[in-house]
Design a protein around this ligand. Structure first.
Ligand code: FES
Length: 109
């Protein structure tokens, strides 16, 4: 049985009150927007393809901004559009996780 989406990427867009550190302070929204745009432009969006979703805190804030791709459960951190474009091209489209952007396993809250 095939799954509804081939891949799912969740971006933490959590914003904390009082200026407390969170992914929203580190460009999370821009990364999410870029990813959505690139997935659509590549023709990957929709059933059988890729779904880009907002998420709340994923509890790995120290590595923020963070995103996670399923079904592989690969965690990423990113800084700019080029990083997002590489995740879209290499992992979401071609199934090759991007080693250089992976969040180290020890990074937590
Ligand atoms: S604020 Fe983004 S993982 Fe917690």
């Amino acid at each position: 049985m095939s799954s509804y989406y081939q891949r799912h990427i969740f971006f933490c867009l959590n914003q904390r009150p009082n200026g407390e550190d969170c992914c929203a302070l580190h460009g999370a929204q821009a990364g999410f927007d870029r990813c959505k745009q690139q997935v659509k432009a590549a023709g990957l969006a929709g059933p059988g393809g890729v779904r880009v979703n907002k998420a709340g805190c994923l509890d790995r804030c120290a590595g923020g901004p963070v995103a996670v791709v399923y079904p592989e459960a690969v965690w990423y951190t990113f800084v700019d559009e080029a990083d997002i474009d590489e995740i879209v091209r290499s992992h979401l489209r071609d199934g090759q996780p991007v080693e250089r952007l992976m969040l180290p396993p020890s990074v937590g809250r």
